[in-house]
Design a protein around this ligand. Structure first.
Ligand SMILES: [Zn+2]
Length: 215
């Protein structure tokens, strides 16, 4: 039997000075939404996860060896499907940024557990794991394309108005809607959050490159 192990080293391109930033908001219904208004739906992935959860419940009740084997296989299949989805989304986001000459602003995921406050703890773990993976995929695909990546503090990005900066819980009447109680700006909630992430990206880049400009 033959094995061919091929590794492929593609040198990263030098990072180009970005013309603005593409903000990426992470979520459950939409896995990722960009400040350019592109939604990357989590519908298929959520459906697969739901189906697997049901199957898992039935198999776990059985406790037989074959049930355990099947469980393991399902878990791997689900992880593969999630990774594949993340690869596709990462590629589309990096392509969108490269095409428009923008850098990419990602949420610093340290605080993700606080943001994705769901009732089921294992769900949080699952999504947090998946968000980290998506972030990693975006970062390495961006590096290959010479697209700048910055990480920003995601606090209040969903409650703050991306037009006037007004922060208010009531700006968010429901999951999908953002409607500013101060200036009246209205946008899809995820797009508004992505726009906030984008402007924090611009600010973050300016701070970290102030020394370059002075030189
Ligand atoms: Zn406003």
């Amino acid at each position: 039997m033959w094995f061919l192990i091929a590794t492929c080293d593609i040198p990263d391109r030098p990072v180009a000075a970005p013309d603005g930033f593409l903000g990426v908001d992470l979520g459950i219904a939409n896995i990722a939404t960009t400040s350019g208004g592109v939604h990357h739906s989590g519908k298929t992935l959520n459906a697969v996860r739901h189906r697997h959860r049901e199957l898992r419940r039935r198999l776990q009740a059985k406790q037989t060896t074959s049930a355990k084997r099947l469980l393991k296989r399902r878990r791997r299949a689900e992880a593969r499907f999630a990774a594949n989805t993340n690869h596709i989304i990462a590629k589309q986001i990096v392509t969108e940024a490269a095409r428009t000459g923008q850098g990419i602003a990602l949420e610093d995921l340290q605080g993700i557990r606080d943001r994705v406050r769901l009732r089921k703890p294992q769900r949080v773990t699952l999504h947090s794991w998946s968000f980290h993976q998506l972030g990693r995929f975006i970062a390495y695909k961006a590096a290959r394309q010479g697209v700048a990546v910055v990480y920003v503090d995601p606090a209040y990005t969903s409650q703050a108005c991306s037009s006037c900066g007004h922060v208010d819980k009531r700006n968010r009447p429901d999951q999908a809607t953002f409607s500013c109680t101060s200036c009246g700006f209205a946008e899809h909630a995820d797009v508004n959050a992505a726009r906030n992430i984008a402007s924090r990206g611009v600010a973050g880049w300016a701070v970290s490159h102030a020394a370059d400009d002075a030189a």
